[in-house]
Design a protein around this ligand. Structure first.
Ligand SMILES: Cc1cc2nc3c(=O)[nH]c(=O)nc-3n(C[C@H](O)[C@H](O)[C@H](O)COP(=O)(O)OP(=O)(O)OC[C@H]3O[C@@H](n4cnc5c(N)ncnc54)[C@H](O)[C@@H]3O)c2cc1C
Length: 295
């Protein structure tokens, strides 16, 4: 099995969501058919904290790994669940040859949601205790801090705790301002965090989407983005064009600033990915070629 962490940086990876409940998986596989043509280093599959799509996460991640021979990463949340339930899911992943998980706490509606686990770090410890090094574990990180943290510094202390438990890579929350990401990355490195930090980029495709996303994760919106959302928000086609152009430029700038990986939040929109891919491909491969020559 190919190991993601042995591949050359900068990595190029995608996130998709599985179908909800009993909905057919055919549409999701059609999206994956298109996405694999862009040669991603891995595809990660989200996990419904409410439980609606947990089986589908296992099924789709297994399909990515086994049918497409692309590294599949299963997101796994621990909030409101038990060790036995998590073990059952991890056993199924293992039996299906999936050896990469993104270990998450999940969002809390209130403190009574917590159950047996309080933080993602406890899930990471649990996986290590039960499975040793059989899984490569990713964790989430937040360039603009997690909304529950009082400060970036406090959040980084807890991120370092997760890293010290044996996390192999970090995937960041989406952000729109590369300066914020790069300044935060320096702080993370100064704290002794050495794991590859993969930058999460979400293309803006509608005014509703960006307002929801900002409300949920608190990402800063640069003036330039605010201007095009205000100007074209009423026109679906126009805002999507502007969003694709912005994400493309954002990624090119991140690659120029030596980011270790780009993680595209695809929202299962293969056509948006195709447009961005066309805009970044030669920069991505130039960067990879330069790094290979330096070795
Ligand atoms: C890349 C990415 C993918 C995601 N995918 C999903 C998904 O598929 N499904 C889903 O439901 N959600 C997903 N989420 C959202 C995630 O579940 C939420 O952001 C959640 O609120 C926090 O998860 P975490 O793993 O970062 O938690 P934690 O690492 O536990 O951090 C949560 C908060 O607790 C603090 N904290 C951590 N440890 C301690 C400690 N020991 N003492 C005190 N405070 C502590 C942290 O600083 C932070 O403020 C994703 C987020 C990201 C960035």
């Amino acid at each position: 099995m190919e190991n993601f962490f042995e591949k050359i940086a900068p990595s190029y990876t995608f996130e998709i969501f599985p179908p909800k409940g009993n909905a057919s998986t055919a549409g999701t596989y059609a999206v994956i058919d298109s996405l694999v043509s862009f040669n991603p280093d891995l595809i990660s599959v989200t996990y419904g904290a409410g439980g609606s799509s947990r089986d589908n996460t296992v099924e789709i991640t297994s399909g990515i790994q086994n049918k497409y021979n692309v590294c599949g990463v299963a997101h796994l949340t621990c909030v409101g669940t038990t060790r036995a339930e998590l073990k059952a899911i991890l056993d199924r992943l293992k039996a299906n040859n999936v050896r990469n998980v993104l270990a998450l706490r999940g969002d809390l509606k209130d403190e009574s949601d917590l159950g047996e686990f309080h933080h993602a770090s406890e899930l990471i410890s649990f996986i290590k205790e039960e499975y040793g090094n059989e899984f490569d574990i990713f964790a989430a990180c937040y360039p603009e801090k997690h909304p529950e943290s009082k400060s970036v510094e406090e959040d980084l202390i807890h991120l370092k705790e997760k890293c010290d438990l044996g996390v192999k890579g970090l995937i960041s929350q989406l952000f729109f301002d590369n300066d914020i990401f790069c300044e935060w990355r320096e702080k993370a490195r100064a704290m002794g965090i050495k794991q590859p930090i993969i930058a999460g980029v979400m293309p803006i495709t509608s005014a509703v989407q960006i307002s929801k996303v900002v409300e949920l994760c608190g990402a800063s919106v640069p003036d330039r983005v605010r201007r095009f959302v205000n100007a074209y928000g009423h026109n679906q086609g126009a805002i999507k064009e502007a969003g694709i152009a912005y994400a493309t430029e954002q990624i090119i700038d991140l690659l120029t600033r030596d980011v270790e990986g780009i993680h595209l939040y695809t929202m299962n929109q293969a056509d948006t990915v195709r447009r961005i891919d066309a805009g970044i491909r030669s920069v991505l491969y130039t960067k990879r070629y330069a790094l290979r020559s330096d070795r």
